[in-house]
Design a protein around this ligand. Structure first.
Ligand SMILES: Cc1cc2nc3c(=O)[nH]c(=O)nc-3n(C[C@H](O)[C@H](O)[C@H](O)COP(=O)(O)OP(=O)(O)OC[C@H]3O[C@@H](n4cnc5c(N)ncnc54)[C@H](O)[C@@H]3O)c2cc1C
Length: 429
């Protein structure tokens, strides 16, 4: 196994690593990157009868896809009101609808291919960090009126019966949101694509892309793939492989811990629901209590790309800020991963030049949106479907290199400061 040390690796489903490419081969489509964007594209292509080869530099699901919060829901990283402001209500509805369809497809595929990625737990609760009931009600009404998306309002008295903390006020409950084991889901997506006839190579970093006689040629140390189409799906790990694509995203880190089990009484003293929980700050905590009474806790974002020292300590401090009654909690594992963010915070899905496609920029909501990309690109390549052009307003805007990274970090700090001030002002009411 080549996965990083995480709760997910310690509970990974069985399966041997795949070999690297060791010959020159031909196919219709070569997918670079075995995260969920690449795997959803590969499975979508095979479901439409197109031949496909996936090249993954480590192991399928090694990147963000196999180390995330495992929370699946509709919507994008760009908040819905800004989506409407950007493209108008009609197109925003179409884009939002794609994510709802994608979440439904994720569920159907889990059933259809009997994917071993459970337990699947329904329900997501977004708790308000601010003492501002009207704002929560406005958020509920906005989603219902503009996207026909239903959320149930939970007044603070109800919320605090199941989340035993004074940090939260009211909340919105979504019954369609669910959670699963993201590494096992990634591995099951790879297995499903293989069952349908895809070829997947691991430990196989792509070193170079070129065009020869109108065809794409993808180079690895052990062999080349010649294809009519290449789909680039390297997420926050693209690392300069393609200049223009690399320049269009900022890799953004976010962090997770898994605690040791608390026991039934211990966990119920803090969290008495199995739902996926988040709050409504810009840099939200996202977490869930697992069946064995441990907590998977994620949060914080940073433009820093290396693992910070004391990761376990500062994540545990965040958890105890919300649930001080869990003082004495012990961390079993701590890890981080990189997401890819565009300056406009929307996925980048499109065709750069004839036969060269890309799917990236899924930010912190990739569990649904990578399936949007996979479906749009597979149907574009197989059936000339041009719905991928709905993403044309969200292009490959350059992020500005190191200056852009510094600017992103400053923006994050300013949003965090704004949230801290709002929390203080609303709490004083
Ligand atoms: C800690 C964390 C928590 C998160 N929580 C959630 C959540 O709860 N819900 C949610 O919706 N989203 C969440 N996200 C975001 C989500 O995980 C991502 O948006 C999504 O997984 C991105 O998928 P991807 O395929 O684009 O990228 P990745 O999964 O990062 O895959 C990219 C792959 O490309 C490979 N690659 C890179 N370069 C090469 C090369 N040269 N040759 C071959 N292969 C290459 C990498 O090895 C990697 O496997 C979280 C992310 C993190 C890091």
């Amino acid at each position: 196994m080549h996965y990083i040390d995480s709760y997910y690796r310690s509970t990974v489903s069985p399966g041997a690593p795949r070999p690297a490419l060791d010959a020159d081969i031909e196919t219709q489509v070569c997918v670079v990157g075995g995260g969920l964007a690449g795997l959803a594209t590969a499975l979508g292509l095979r479901e439409r009868g197109v031949s496909v080869v996936v090249l993954e530099s480590k192991q399928v699901g090694w990147g963000a896809s196999g180390r995330n919060g495992g929370i699946v829901g509709s919507g994008y990283s760009l908040p819905p009101e800004r989506l409407i402001a950007r493209v108008g209500l009609q197109q925003a509805r179409e884009l939002y609808g794609l994510t709802r369809d994608a979440v439904a497809l994720v569920r159907r595929r889990i059933e259809h291919y009997r994917m071993d990625c459970g337990p699947i737990i329904d329900g997501g609760l977004n708790a308000s960090w601010f003492n501002d009931r009207d704002a929560v009600l406005r958020a509920r009404d906005f989603l219902a009126e503009n996207f026909h998306e239903q959320r149930e309002f939970w007044p603070r008295e109800r919320l605090r019966q199941v989340l035993r903390t004074r940090r939260y006020y009211d909340g919105l409950f979504s019954e369609r949101r669910f959670q699963f084991h993201p590494l096992n889901y990634s591995r099951a997506m790879a297995a499903a694509a293989e069952t349908r006839g895809a070829a997947i190579f691991e430990q196989c970093p792509v070193e170079k892309l070129e065009v020869d006689g109108g065809e794409q040629v993808v180079h690895t140390a052990g062999g080349r793939v010649r294809a009519a189409h290449v789909v680039m799906a390297c997420g926050g790990y693209i690392n300069g492989l393609h200049r223009r694509l690399s320049a269009a995203i900022v890799p953004v880190a976010t962090y997770m811990i898994a605690t040791e089990p608390f026991g039934e009484e211990g966990i119920r003293s803090a969290i008495d629901v199995p739902y996926a929980i988040s709050d409504n700050r810009f840099s939200s905590d996202y977490y869930r209590a697992l069946g064995d009474t441990r907590i998977l806790w994620g949060g914080r974002i940073s433009a820093r790309r290396s693992e910070p020292g004391q990761l376990a300590r500062f994540m545990l401090a965040d958890l105890l800020k919300v649930y001080p009654q869990l003082e004495g909690a012990r961390v079993a594992s701590a890890w981080y991963g990189l997401m890819s963010y565009a300056v406009h915070k929307m996925p980048q899905i499109g065709q750069l030049s004839p036969g060269l496609w890309y799917a990236m920029g899924f930010g912190g909501s990739g569990m649904g949106t990578t399936t949007v990309a996979g479906e749009l690109l597979a149907s574009a390549i197989a059936e000339n479907d041009d719905r991928y052009r709905l993403f044309a307003p969200f292009g490959l805007t350059p992020t500005g290199g190191p200056v852009g990274v510094a600017a992103a970090q400053l923006t994050y700090w300013s949003y965090q400061l704004r949230d801290a001030l709002r929390a203080r002002v609303t709490r004083a009411r």
